[in-house]
Design a protein. Structure first.
Lengths: 268, 267
């Protein structure tokens, strides 16, 4: 135990070394982070022994870390040695939610897609029953999809809108179709409902020359922790949209959306 | 004020020990508030009383773990996305919330005032979810802040839900402070107000915790394995009327009954 404490990045309070003399690699902080990462909605309660095993941290070392996290309300001790996440995270989450801009997370992922296939990648949000393009990373081809930030369109038209609808909850979708009776004929609505089943199954929505005869688009969407639905769309001239490119787009989009979800996605 | 429960939890057989560097890392995360969303290294080191190199090392580790984010252009730090994941994991583990959310949306749509879900933890309650009114003026909920059980409508219904001996023990250890002119700090008055809530089945308060905010609240009857939770409607003083308050109470009663049924059915 004492050896654990000496090996740790920090020092046990009460025997603290001057802060400026600390020689550490952040190991104790990383162990604290690994312990916090264990908690999820499906596994919200952990014992100290389980956390020690899961994080590979000696139990004695972990005990001091857990005491510290409890003192800062980042963990709650539900019973001796039984832990839940603490309410400090609500304040942190609320603060982050207010200042959250999806572009900060999505644009680097979009750049990665553009660099891989050199086609225009678009970021869109669902606002009401519209999709609104909020940012893009452009292809360097002279013939490329041109974009205008702020342009909007109905959700029932195009790959982006369909991908966003695919990210709706069942309740939201029911409410949408209820409203959409005003502008969608029953056959169109039926077809859209059928399409959404395959979009949810495949994880992507595609519009190949159906919105614009010269253009192809493929999109994937995610639901963020803020409740917003966000879509990443790859769009290019139809003549370049060969099956190989479509396959690459599908893979890249799914990877990007999965990464986005891990970082800032809502949990199911 | 510290609850019996939290005392029991905290007073384990072993003495508490803290890891200094982890404590400093937590304190660094706590530096970020709604008034101070970003901070440079100098600011962090001065706020925490740490030498700059130490603050830099802690901030670097926290950034690597995505608990902080570093803007290389400005040099400023801000909270990182890992905090969202932890908040989301915490919220996702509050089981009452899943059943309450759709009802809260229905209530907001029905009366267009902010609906708040709070849960009890020891001698405090925490607001854990809210659905906001679409009016231009509405209260921003203080999520994650401990609110004592003697102030506000949601607190009052939680007090009313306590068994009599638990309630008296709570009062015995209570040293109330006033948050506003209407905060009840006299224990006999608090007993009387709680009796009324037990009789009526709801609480109505006027700015006891937050000045200018009226609230009506009902306790959510839930099976014992669930959190102790309350739902309240927050109404700005300027919009408050008896008619609106009555409407809110009727809607709220129906709403909590719906949630209670859903929770009972899920057990």
């Amino acid at each position: 135990m004492a050896e654990d404490a000496r090996n740790m990045s920090g020092s046990i309070s009460g025997a603290a070394k001057p802060a400026g003399d600390e020689q550490y690699k952040g190991e104790a902080i990383q162990r604290a982070g690994r312990a916090l990462d264990c908690f999820s909605p499906s596994h919200p309660v952990w014992s100290a022994s389980e956390l020690a095993a899961e994080t590979g941290t000696p139990k004695g070392t972990l005990r001091g870390i857990l005491d510290t996290l409890v003192a800062h309300d980042m963990l709650r001790r539900e019973a001796p040695d039984i832990y839940r996440l603490g309410f400090a995270w609500l304040s942190v989450g609320s603060l982050l939610q207010k200042q959250f801009d999806p572009r900060t997370v999505a644009v680097p992922l979009m750049r990665r897609i553009r660099d891989a296939i050199n086609e225009t990648v678009i970021l869109s949000l669902r606002i009401g029953d519209q999709r609104v393009h909020i940012d893009y990373v452009e292809s360097t081809h002279s013939m490329r999809r041109l974009m205008q930030v702020g342009s909007s369109g109905p959700l029932h038209v195009g790959a982006t809108g369909h991908a966003l609808l695919g990210a709706f909850s069942q309740n939201e979708l029911a409410a949408y179709f209820d409203r959409a009776k005003a502008w969608l004929s029953p056959p169109v609505q039926k077809k859209l409902e059928r399409d959404l089943v395959s979009i949810r199954r495949d994880g992507v929505a595609a519009a190949i020359g159906s919105v614009n005869a010269e253009m192809a688009a493929i999109a994937a969407a995610a639901r963020l922790h803020t409740g917003e639905c966000i879509a990443i769309t790859i769009s290019c001239p139809l003549e370049r949209f060969a099956p190989e490119l479509r396959q690459s787009c599908t893979t890249l989009l799914k990877e990007a959306v999965a990464e986005l979800s891990v970082k800032v996605g809502a949990r199911p | 004020v510290r609850s019996e429960e939290s005392e029991r939890k905290r007073s384990s057989e072993r003495p508490e020990k803290r890891v200094g560097i982890v404590s400093r890392a937590c304190a660094m995360i706590e530096c970020f508030t709604s008034e101070s969303k970003t901070a440079g290294l100098a600011q962090l080191s001065s706020s925490l009383g740490l030498p700059k190199p130490t603050a830099f090392r802690i901030a670097t580790v926290l950034s690597r773990m995505e608990l902080l984010e570093h803007n290389p252009t400005t040099g400023a730090y801000s909270l990182g996305f890992a905090g969202l994941r932890h908040a989301d994991a915490l919220l996702g583990s509050i089981r009452v919330r899943t059943a309450a959310r759709p009802v809260m949306e229905e209530l907001r749509d029905a009366i267009n005032e902010t609906i708040v879900l709070s849960i009890r933890e020891g001698d405090f309650r925490f607001n854990v979810d809210s659905v906001e009114s679409t009016h231009a003026i509405g209260q921003t909920q203080q999520v994650g802040r401990p609110i004592p059980l003697y102030a506000g409508a949601a607190s009052r219904v939680m007090l009313a839900g306590m068994a009599e001996d638990e309630f008296e023990r709570y009062l015995h250890r209570l040293e109330p402070v006033a948050f506003s002119e209407t905060t009840i700090t006299n224990l006999d008055e608090l007993r009387a107000a709680t009796r009324l809530v037990r009789r009526d089945g709801f609480a109505a308060t006027a700015g006891e915790y937050t000045l200018g905010s009226h609230a009506v609240a009902c306790l959510i009857a839930a099976p014992p394995t669930y959190e102790i939770a309350a739902l309240h409607v927050s109404i700005p003083r300027a919009r408050r009327s008896s008619a609106l308050e009555k409407r809110a109470i009727v809607a709220l009663r129906a709403g909590v009954e719906k949630i209670s049924k859903a929770l009972a059915a899920a057990v």
